[in-house]
Design a protein around this ligand. Structure first.
Ligand code: SF4
Length: 249
């Protein structure tokens, strides 16, 4: 299985070049797709890595490629990079969004396989994970031709069933906030055990001291959410990048 966390030392800084940036609270500058960020050094390191939020690049802090960048660099393109071989630049950059989505699905499936409550779904989860990992091992042309949405549509219902099973033991209430707009909402000290926040917008929400045990955070936007003192024991599908985006200390 491929590694599902970013290892920038084995990547050619694809996320600093491939996507376009729109000047906003996340990015201090506009940048067209395919053009290297002005802060990118010749050795593919970020010159302002230690200082990203203060310099207006919070979007870089919260981005997570789930290990897609190093897989493209090392596996799909055999260790070559867009600087040393400019002729592959376009293909490399076009592969990033596809591989990232595949690796995100792999990460979710791998998390689901850690959940004992969903044990009866483990064979299906393993099959889905192996199928997607095999797709991710394809050539650049194969990857760019993939209909990732079709695979997402197969995997998401399975992950929802996993979430139901895992949250079932978290009490009766289990509020359903999936897809909800909860920007700035006050939840301080609330009992949110087993809640679903799948795809919810929790930007700037006050979740201090909330009970979030076994809550599902799949795809939730936690930028600026205040999680200080919250109990996140057993929280589901909560990524390191989501936690970086929130306030935890
Ligand atoms: S600011 Fe740094 S991490 Fe962000 S895109 Fe530019 S080089 Fe990459």
């Amino acid at each position: 299985m491929a590694r599902l966390e970013a290892d920038c030392s084995r990547c050619a800084a694809l996320c600093c070049v491939a996507p376009a940036f729109a000047k906003s609270s996340d990015f201090a500058v506009d940048k067209p797709a395919g053009q290297a960020c002005r802060n990118l050094a010749d050795d593919f390191r970020c010159r302002i890595h230690e200082d990203l939020p203060a310099r207006g690049f919070q979007g870089c802090v919260v981005f997570d490629c789930f290990g897609a960048g190093q897989r493209i660099t090392q596996e799909t393109f055999g260790g070559r990079d867009w600087r040393g071989a400019p002729e592959i630049a376009g293909a490399m950059f076009a592969t990033l969004p596809v591989m990232r989505q595949l690796h995100e699905l792999l990460w979710l499936l791998t998390e689901a396989l850690q959940l004992d409550e969903a044990r009866r779904l483990h064979p299906e989860l393993r099959m889905a994970r192996d199928e997607i990992d095999a797709l991710a091992a394809g050539t650049a042309d194969e990857l760019r031709g993939l209909d990732v949405d079709a695979y997402r549509k197969k995997v998401v219902p399975l992950l929802r069933r996993v979430s139901e099973l895992a949250r079932a033991g978290a009490g009766r209430r289990r509020p359903d906030h999936s897809g909800a707009h909860l920007i700035g909402r006050r939840f301080r000290g609330a009992d949110l055990r087993g809640a679903s926040f799948r795809g919810a917008l929790l930007i700037g929400a006050d979740l201090r001291d909330a009970d979030l045990r076994r809550a599902d955070f799949t795809g939730a936007d936690l930028r600026g959410a205040d999680l200080r003192g919250a109990d996140l024991t057993g929280a589901l599908f909560l990524t390191a990048a989501q936690l970086r985006a929130a306030r935890t200390a």
